[in-house]
Design a protein. Structure first.
Length: 215
């Protein structure tokens, strides 16, 4: 009898491990697909992982990322919301959902999500940068400037934060500060964002404006 019980327990353990390995396999395959920019395949594998373990928040988060890249924003938001429901401290999910809301021009919802991400983890520079962008879209220049600066304080190599702050400085006629930030952006990012020519154009505008002010 003891032998039978031990065999049954062993078989149960094997079955549990099999399901666990299968689930991990789906997640790894999904992650690899994300890295290869094969987002439809990633979505499929994350869905299989969710079917295996419907209470595992990272699977919803991963599928949400895949759906974001596929521009299926409504479904992505739903997945990020499910991930947050399972793990209310999932700051990455708040951030990613906020990006989706930003793309939908739902700026109040985006603002709430980015602030929640910051409340949970105040050390991530891109959260401040994302919130600064929302304030910029809402034409709240002072708040945008404040959060671009906070992003830079968290990560002095975050080039896009210098770019955003430079735009705010230029709009508000702080020309020297704008030039300094645009130059810092170029020093850090060069043309990896495809913005080098635009930055050079803006810097030339500022230089010309400074010359006009001297005449």
């Amino acid at each position: 009898m003891k032998i039978i019980v031990m065999i049954l327990m062993f078989l149960i353990t094997l079955i549990i491990n099999l399901f666990s390995q299968t689930d991990e396999g789906y997640i790894k395959s999904a992650y690899d697909a994300i890295q290869s920019k094969d987002y439809s395949t990633a979505e499929e594998f994350y869905t299989k992982a969710i079917n295996q373990q419907p209470k595992y928040a990272p699977s919803y988060y991963g599928r949400g990322l895949a759906r974001t890249y596929l521009n299926d924003l409504g479904a992505a938001i739903s997945d990020f919301t499910k991930a947050i429901g399972i793990n209310p401290n999932y700051h990455e999910a708040y951030y990613s959902r906020g990006l989706c809301y930003t793309k939908q021009s739902k700026f109040k919802k985006a603002e709430t999500d980015f602030q929640k991400a910051i409340d949970i983890n105040s050390e991530v520079a891109k959260y401040y940068y994302a919130l600064a962008n929302v304030f910029y879209y809402e034409e709240k220049d002072d708040a945008a400037l404040n959060y671009y600066t906070k992003a830079i304080e968290k990560d002095s190599n975050l080039g896009l934060a210098y770019y955003g702050r430079a735009v705010i400085h230029k709009l508000n006629k702080r020309l020297d500060a704008a030039l300094q930030d645009f130059q810092k952006y170029i020093d850090l990012n060069g043309n990896k964002d495809g913005l080098a020519s635009e930055v050079e154009r803006l810097m030339n505008e500022i230089r010309q404006e400074k010359l006009d002010m001297q005449e």
